[in-house]
Ligand binder design. Structure first.
Ligand code: G3H
Ligand code: 13P
Ligand code: ZN
Length: 328
């Protein structure tokens, strides 16, 4: 059944687990996620970005999700719009049948001006008013993540990056977060604690802690009832990145967020964990390997199937690690 983000995350908070929210663009990704969730009995969050809507087209996305719900009637599914840039985008998604939307009003936040904060509060509150009237949940964002939000060039492809971004000035402030939640009444809040979008998060293999879990704790203590969201939470599995390179690709040396740090975040109020890059890397590695290893094949379904199998394994591992298995 299609259910709202609020319902899913309330359950997750009550039972102390976290849910991965996977980005979807096509049938293979959706099937991979549903297959994994069904195998371990986990609730599902599917999320579509603006890029996904451009790629698949709104009707295809809508019907693919309906198909997933029809095929897996025992699994609760939330269809969430990822990074809505304006109230208009969010309204369009509500009309399209999404049960949750993200109003990302944080895009100006790296300017750190009172005007950028007021803009975020104003647009997010507007979306909450409309969405709640339709039974749709809203995720807001406060603070500033890496490349996507700041528009800093040179990170997404691993070229031209000087190393890690200095996130320290852009982390979510606990007092501001409390004020933001009070004013907007969002159901979930995305926070900046040192993650960034894309494959190139950290240039060196993490030794100590890479995220500011102390900040997660501080925000959770300040506003214990709000569901926290971590964006940019791919772990960028080394074996799949290596697979891409072993079979003719060229991915730069890179490290993602260690799964144990996400689990630590979940202990302190993180309930939704956004993952896109991991499924891209795994499916791409599997397809490159398949094409080299089975050169006689020309049935594309076998190629897509290899991608799907690789994605299912990642999804299953995340459901289990985040404690979502058995919670559907
Ligand atoms: O947060 C962004 C997601 O990774 C979606 O990426 O805009 O390329 O679909 P996209
Ligand atoms: P990754 O790029 O780390 O997978 O993050 C995805 C994300 O945050 C989507 O909103
Ligand atoms: Zn994101």
């Amino acid at each position: 059944a299609l259910i709202s983000l609020r319902q899913l995350l309330d359950h997750a908070a009550e039972h102390g687990y976290g849910l991965p929210a996977f980005n979807v663009n096509n049938m293979e990704q959706i099937k991979a996620i549903m297959e994994a969730a069904s195998a371990v009995d986990a609730p599902v969050i599917l999320q579509g970005s603006a890029g996904a809507r451009t790629y698949a087209g709104e009707p295809f996305l809508r019907h693919l999700v309906r198909a997933a719900i029809e095929m897996y009637p025992h699994i609760p599914v939330c269809m969430h719009q990822d990074h809505g840039a304006s109230p208009a985008v969010c309204i369009r998604s509500i009309q399209s049948g999404f049960s949750s939307v993200m109003m990302d009003g944080s895009l100006l936040e790296d300017m750190k001006t009172p005007a950028s904060y007021a803009y975020n509060v104003e647009t997010t509150r507007k979306v909450v008013e409309m969405a709640h009237a339709c039974g749709v949940s809203v995720e807001g964002e406060l603070g500033c993540l890496g490349s996507l939000e700041t528009g800093r060039a040179g990170k997404e492809d691993g070229h031209g990056a000087e190393g890690e971004l200095d996130h320290s000035l852009l982390l979510t402030d606990p007092d501001e977060a409390a004020d933001f939640v009070r004013q907007t009444q969002v159901d979930a809040l995305a926070i900046a604690i040192g993650t960034s979008h894309g494959a190139y998060k950290f240039t060196r293999k993490p030794t100590g802690q890479v995220l500011r879990i102390d900040r997660v704790k501080a925000i959770h203590q300040r506003i214990p009832t709000i569901h926290l969201v971590m964006h940019g939470s791919s772990s960028v599995p080394e074996e799949w990145a290596q697979m891409i390179n072993d079979y003719g690709g060229d991915i730069g040396q890179t490290y993602g967020v260690p799964v144990e740090e996400i689990v630590e975040g979940i202990r302190h109020g993180v309930r939704k964990v956004n993952i896109d890059t991991d499924l891209r890397i795994a499916s791409y590695g599997a397809m490159r390997r398949f094409m080299v290893e089975d050169r006689k094949n020309f049935d594309p379904r076998k190629l897509y199937k290899a991608a799907q199998t690789a994605m299912t394994a990642i999804c299953r591992a995340r459901y289990e690690a985040f404690g979502a298995a058995g919670q559907a």
